[in-house]
Ligand binder design. Structure first.
Ligand SMILES: NC(=O)c1ccc[n+]([C@@H]2O[C@H](COP(=O)([O-])OP(=O)(O)OC[C@H]3O[C@@H](n4cnc5c(N)ncnc54)[C@H](OP(=O)(O)O)[C@@H]3O)[C@@H](O)[C@H]2O)c1
Length: 235
């Protein structure tokens, strides 16, 4: 039986991935900062092991890994949602915060986890299509996600035989978008979907399927897979 740890597994893409991997027979541990959210997840998905954790705390991350022992699949799906907007309007202090909320905790987790990963194991990260498509208004958030995706190839070479991969999502209907009021979000999603080749906003489970593939397939490493409804074709 494989042990999976999903940092950011209490919501959205991470939770959908946790549910899929638990159904495949993994022992799945999920971590997030909000204890109430985790309690709610535990009530709905009792098979998942839940842990309150802020991934920016290297000591707390190491303590959790020491408690788990060996981990077969590390999946990092955490993030804040800052850093978008045209450069002229972009507050660089806010963009620094965006890196603090996604890049640094992701790297903190990966660094702490390496000694605990099984040699047949995997690390799977989440970037975003902003890293690889020339969309106006995404220089800041695109650079952030490019920094995540840039970890993949060198770490895959450095940590081999442990495999390292990432998924690059486009627009996914998750609580990530909660900064936009409910009434406005539906209209925005309709507008975005109309411009996508697939004509739909992705579900968290669409992206979870790719994370399951990347984290379990023994023949994939150093790879970033786009799961973006074709957003990279339309930028
Ligand atoms: N949704 C989209 O359209 C979209 C598009 C492209 C890329 N992505 C990327 O996909 C990934 C997953 O996003 P999502 O849409 O599933 O977002 P989400 O529903 O907001 O989930 C984010 C998860 O990360 C956890 N988290 C955040 N900061 C953390 C920290 N410091 N320590 C531990 N846990 C932390 C959150 O729980 P707590 O808040 O309780 O900590 C939550 O479980 C992110 O990397 C995001 O950038 C999303």
């Amino acid at each position: 039986m494989s042990t999976t740890l999903i940092i950011g597994g209490s919501s959205g893409i991470g939770l959908a991935t946790a549910v899929r991997l638990a159904a495949l027979g993994d022992t799945v541990h999920i971590a997030g900062r909000n204890a109430d959210t985790l309690s709610g997840v535990k009530a709905t998905h009792p098979a998942l092991e839940v842990h309150v954790l802020d991934a920016n705390g290297a000591g707390a991350v190491s303590a959790l890994l020491a408690e788990l022992g060996t981990v077969d699949r590390l999946i990092v799906t955490l993030s804040g949602n800052k850093g978008a907007g045209p450069l002229a309007d972009l507050d660089l202090a806010v963009l620094r915060t965006a890196f603090d909320e996604k890049f640094w905790p992701t790297l903190t987790v990966v660094k702490a986890a390496v000694p605990h990963l099984s040699q047949s194991g995997s690390v799977t990260l989440v970037g975003a299509i902003t890293a690889r498509a020339g969309m106006p208004g995404t220089a800041g958030i695109g650079a952030l996600n490019a920094a995540i995706e840039a970890l993949v190839a060198p770490l895959a070479a450095e940590l081999a035989p442990i495999r390292v991969n990432a998924v690059s999502p486009g627009y996914v209907d998750t609580p990530w978008w909660n900064m936009i009021p409910d009434g406005d979000r539906e209209g925005l999603f309709d507008q975005i979907a109309a411009g996508l080749p697939t004509k739909r906003i992705a579900t968290a489970d669409d992206v979870a399927q790719v994370l399951v593939l990347l984290s379990t397939n023994p023949n994939i490493t150093g790879t970033v897979i786009e799961s973006d409804g074709g957003a990279h074709l339309t930028a």
